[in-house]
Write a protein that binds this ligand. Sequence first.
Ligand code: HEC
Ligand code: HEC
Length: 399
Amino acid sequence: MKQFIFIASFLLLLISGWRYMASDHQPQFATLCSTCPPGFELDDKNRCRLRSLYQMYENKDGNNPGVGGLKTALPAVRDGFTPQQIDLGRYLFFDPVLSADGTVSCASCHQPDKGFSDGLRTSVGITHIPLKRAAPSLWNVAFLKNFFWDARATSLEEQIAGPLYAADEMGTTRDQLLKTLNGIEAYRDLFRQAFPQKANTPIELNEVYTCIAAFEATLISLNSRYDQYAHGYANALNKNEIEGLNIFRSFVARCTECHTPPLFTNQQVAVIGLAEPDHTFDEGAAKTFNDPTLKGAFKVPSLRNAARTAPYTHSGRFEKLEDMIAFYTQGRGHEVPPTEKLRIHWHIWEPHLRHDEIDRIADFISALTDESFKPQIPEAVPSGIKLKKEPLTHSLSLK
Ligand code: HEC
Ligand code: HEC
């Protein structure tokens, strides 16, 4: 019965969420949205709280379902932002006015239609020169404990300062950003609504970071066909996908040792032994943790919506999921240049997967796609800058 009530209230939330999205058609900055996005429920302090079926599994009798378990609890989530902060964050995320020359927004490199990545091997910012690394997806960042491929930031707010002030990404400065936003009447009004207790003071940087983090933390993807299967609907996955899941979590393939459900990442860094496309070596997490044994270690990416986020890895090495999976089966360390001594993770070995098994794993990963909570792209942004249909980075594809 309890489960039934939980599921029924979850469905109600979904429906109210869709109404929220449907009612958001007009470009209108006068009043920020006062309801929570889909999947969230407003508490009595005007804060949005995540509601997910996975919360049923929390602390379940202290049972450990193992690394490949279906009914596995989620890590702690960053929720508790107000609907107004989330809505303002959405405008900031899509507004190129945040960059030095008004050409690049967060959404230029994290495009909703590309799994919040950009489809490029490595991203390009205001200088049009390719960066060193690929843009990761932003789905489910609300659950992550560290950010960037080398895990060098420990909060969403800390991460945001990276792209804003990097000369080759958005290239602005703290002073310029504050001056710009405080100079736009529409933004002054919107920040007053999002931070009513500070209505008489100028816009502050931590308010900008809070709103962008609030928006990012609503990008929840936990309702794929895999999830429906995990919650008990046996027909949600077809035969090939179930076969793929079973190979994926077998001790032969060992994928779930690192890509652990329900997020499909254990949030650790690992050395898997990829070569760099241009033969210059990326140290990865060795620098972050000042630990030479982590040379070439990168954060284990979540595989949710991976079918949408090609090309893959920190360097955008692989165009197709099958190519990435084949990498694991070609032998431990087969790509490591003889001059590099890497401590490859012990779960990377030689599973000798057949072609059809690689295809089944790709089938399974594709069943992790869920974009039902994709937010509405604003039709206009408070700066008045016209949004390009095709973001700037698109025409510079290196493919
Ligand atoms: C020029 C392209 C570009 C722009 C603009 C950009 N990003 Fe990114 N983003 C990237 C790249 C590339 C990485 C990975 C960099 C690394 O790991 O060193 C990244 C990483 C991230 C991550 C870490 C995700 C994870 O799983 O570790 C988050 C969160 C993020 N960006 C959010 C934002 C936000 C918010 C903005 C706007 C303030 C933004 N990005 C602007 C390209 C961009
Ligand atoms: C030892 C931990 C570990 C194991 C085991 C592992 N992976 Fe990974 N996986 C990683 C890391 C780390 C990366 C990112 C590497 C990089 O960018 O340099 C990654 C990247 C990926 C990607 C690309 C995702 C993206 O968004 O770029 C896919 C797909 C993937 N792994 C699938 C698998 C499959 C399938 C298996 C089992 C055959 C597997 N992994 C086993 C650690 C692991």
